[in-house]
Write a protein of this length. Structure first.
Length: 186
C-alpha cells in the first residue's frame, strides 16, 4: 500500500487501484523524486498535472507538500474512483484544490487551456515511446516558464526522443525505474 511521505498529510495510507492495470510508484522512488523537487523549490504553490493518475499518489503527495492545485487525468474508471477517495483523504489535512478528469491523456491535453508548473507522467508500460512523445509534444506549449516535467519509465525501455520545446536536464535510475526530469527549452 502506498502512503504520503511528507507534508501536511505525511504518513497517510493511500488506497490502491485493484488489479494489474496500474503500477504505483514505490515509496523509495517517490521519496527521491520529491526530495529533488524540493531542492528545485517546485512544490509550494505550484499548479500540477498528474497525467495517467493511477491511484493519484504523485499528485496527492504534491498536495500534501503545498501544491496550490493538481489536475488528475485517468480514463480507467476504477482509477478515477481511487483518485477521488485519496484526494478526499489528503484534503482533510492538506490545502490546495484538485480536479479529476475521466478521459484519456491525449483527449485532455488536446482540449484544455491550463498551464502547469509541475507535471508527472507515469504511463502504463504498454504506452510506447512514440505515444509518449506525441503526448509530450501536446504538453510542451502548455507549460509555464521554469516548469518541470517528471517522466517515469521502466529502466529497460529506451529513452524517449524529447520533442521540440522540451529538453532533459537530469536522469536518475532506481532499479527497474528511471526518472527523466524535463523542462521547457530555453
Amino acid at each position: 500500500m502506498s502512503r504520503i511521505i511528507a507534508g501536511a498529510a505525511g504518513g497517510l495510507r493511500l488506497a490502491n487501484v485493484p488489479g494489474d492495470n496500474t503500477r504505483p510508484t514505490t515509496d523509495r522512488v517517490k521519496e527521491a523524486l520529491f526530495s529533488r523537487l524540493d531542492t528545485y523549490n517546485m512544490l509550494d504553490g505550484v499548479y500540477a498535472l498528474d497525467l495517467f493518475g493511477g491511484s493519484g499518489a504523485l499528485g496527492c503527495e504534491a498536495l500534501s507538500r503545498g501544491a496550490a492545485h493538481v489536475d488528475f487525468v485517468d480514463h480507467y474508471p476504477k482509477a478515477v474512483t481511487v483518485i477521488e477517495k485519496n484526494i478526499a483523504a489528503v484534503g482533510k489535512t492538506a490545502g490546495g484544490t484538485a480536479r479529476v478528469h475521466k478521459m484519456t491523456a491525449r483527449t485532455y491535453l488536446s482540449a484544455g487551456a491550463s498551464a502547469w508548473d509541475l507535471v508527472f507522467i507515469d504511463p502504463p508500460y504498454a504506452v510506447t515511446n512514440s505515444e509518449l512523445e506525441e503526448l509530450l509534444a501536446l504538453l510542451a506549449p502548455r507549460l509555464t516558464e521554469g516548469a518541470v516535467v517528471v517522466v517515469e519509465r521502466a529502466s529497460r525501455t529506451d529513452e524517449p526522443a524529447w520533442p521540440e520545446g522540451l529538453e532533459k536536464f537530469a536522469e536518475k535510475k532506481y532499479g527497474e525505474t528511471v526518472l527523466y526530469y524535463v523542462e521547457p527549452a530555453a
